[in-house]
Design a protein around this ligand. Structure first.
Ligand SMILES: Cc1ncc(COP(=O)(O)O)c(C=O)c1O
Length: 467
């Protein structure tokens, strides 16, 4: 198989991408161009690589990096951005992050090795996560990567690792704080444990280089991060009191992105009822798919929020000569991929609505496994020239009753047919490959990248991981 190819045009007669009517996905122009202007090429790619097919546009990640940088520069803060590589398994996205000049936040030895293969400078690795193994610690130390220490116990393990290495290596560490609002969380440390670690680090300067503090919060509000940062002030001072020199405050990820128009989203949430779902029930929680703040506005507000002594967060960081580190995953991958499923057949159910079966499973579009729902309509690419509108849910190809990609009854302008495609937009942020597996021995879905040649023509290449 040729590894690079101009975007294929399949000979399929007339195909049309139907604009969804309810929760219409926001699309980057490069993605919209292929989906709406060249739907035949999507069909050709699925014929070649199989269904589901994940299509990645690495340059979009670089655009997202630039947009965040512009906000950070506006506030004139020192900053360091680490791409949260867990968000997607695409090697091309890791490479795009490295080419954009940012570091990589890695949560396993495998993510670390992929980042190194992508050419990251080892010192621009930041390792987070509470369960780092001995092997991971040893490789992080060998690479002089930054290590976010999650607990007193992890600090002891890291020290044991330094003893084993016994070559005079120093571990560069951040201490992960557990903000007051997350007191029940298993991640990070409360004030007493932080102090215990700080004391130890101040006595072990020949083994540890303490660089600062870290936290990561669930949820997507900027206000809890502002509060957590305020809580850290006394720990910054305690560290300095012990003769340490904190330089970084890493506020993790969680910058929100917008998948659909905010007004349309709010109208949908107000109007929806159990009748809109095959289960008869509205799920209890959703990602804020149509939130009012995108990542840049969010970061702008965080930096402008009041911190201490009349200073904003940006003002505090600047007066204290602290670097703001971020580990965005979803927001850097925003818009950078779609997942395309081919329709196997449509079955009329006795209960009324039809079900659309696709080649692929909900493990490749995983929200329903979290008792939630991807509130973005798939785009139907169909040969049908017209027809009756219909509402249908979308099921995967496994024998599991819960293998449902979309429990919501999607309003299609026309009945999908066997061989049509459903394009799920903006799936790079955890949806497409978090749970993928070879259930029923179906091969793992392929991932391809779209880049552009000197003439601006799209070029498709495989983007499979290297190990
Ligand atoms: C420690 C840490 N940093 C960064 C992230 C990335 O978060 P997001 O993709 O929401 O930006 C995560 C996600 O779980 C995380 O656990």
């Amino acid at each position: 198989m040729q590894s690079h190819t101009q975007l294929l045009e399949a000979e399929t007669g007339s195909l049309k991408a139907w604009t969804p009517g309810v929760l219409r996905p926001i699309l980057d122009p490069a993605v919209a161009d292929i989906v709406y202007s060249s739907p035949q090429s999507l069909l050709g790619l699925v014929e070649r690589y199989g269904s589901p097919l994940n299509i990645v546009w690495p340059h979009i990640l670089k655009q997202n990096v630039e947009a965040l940088r512009a906000v950070l520069r506006k506030h004139q803060v020192r900053f360091d951005v680490f791409y949260g590589a867990k968000v997607n398994k695409s090697q091309a996205l890791v490479r795009a992050a490295v080419e954009a000049g940012i570091g990589v936040d890695v949560s396993s030895v495998y993510e670390m090795r992929d980042a190194l293969r992508a050419g990251v400078a080892p010192a621009r690795l930041c390792a987070t996560g509470p369960a780092k193994t001995r092997e991971f610690h040893a490789e992080l130390i060998a690479n002089a990567a930054l290590i976010s220490v999650d607990s007193v116990e992890e600090l002891a393990d890291l020290e044991a690792c330094l003893h084993r290495v016994a070559n005079g290596s120093v571990a560069r560490v951040l201490l992960r704080y557990r903000p007051a609002a997350s007191s029940a969380s298993r991640f990070g440390m409360g004030g007493d444990e932080l102090l215990q670690c700080l004391r130890h680090l101040s006595e072990q300067k020949q083994r540890f280089s303490f660089e600062g503090f870290h936290f990561h919060l669930g949820g997507y509000g900027f206000e809890p991060r502002v509060q957590a940062l305020r809580e850290l002030i006394r720990h910054v001072e305690a560290a300095r009191g012990l003769g340490l020199d904190p330089k970084i405050i890493d506020i993790g990820g969680g910058l929100p992105i917008r998948y659909v128009d905010a007004d349309a989203y709010e109208a949908f949430l107000r109007a929806q009822s159990g009748d809109d779902y095959r289960t008869g029930k509205v799920p209890e929680s959703f990602y804020p798919y149509g939130g009012r703040l995108g990542a840049c506005e969010w970061l702008d507000r965080l930096l402008a929020a009041p911190c201490v002594d009349g200073l904003s967060i940006a003002g505090y960081l600047n007066t204290q000569q602290l670097t703001l580190a971020l580990e965005p995953g979803r927001s850097l991958a925003d818009q950078s991929a779609v997942s395309v499923f081919r329709v196997t057949r449509v079955k009329q159910l006795a209960s009324g609505n039809p079900v659309v079966f696709v080649e692929g499973s909900s493990f490749s579009a995983c929200e329903t496994w979290f008792a939630s729902e991807y509130l973005v309509d798939p785009i139907l690419v169909s040969r049908a020239s017209g027809g009756q509108p219909v509402r249908a849910y979308i099921a995967g190809h496994s024998c599991l009753d819960d293998d449902v990609i979309t429990n919501r009854l999607i309003a299609f302008n026309t009945m999908p047919q066997a061989g049509d495609l459903l394009v799920y937009a903006n799936t790079a942020g955890y949806q497409m490959d978090l749970l993928e597996n070879e259930f029923h021995r179906h091969p793992m879905p392929h991932r391809v990248t779209v880049t552009y040649d000197a003439a601006g023509a799209p070029v498709v290449s495989p983007d499979d991981r290297m190990e």
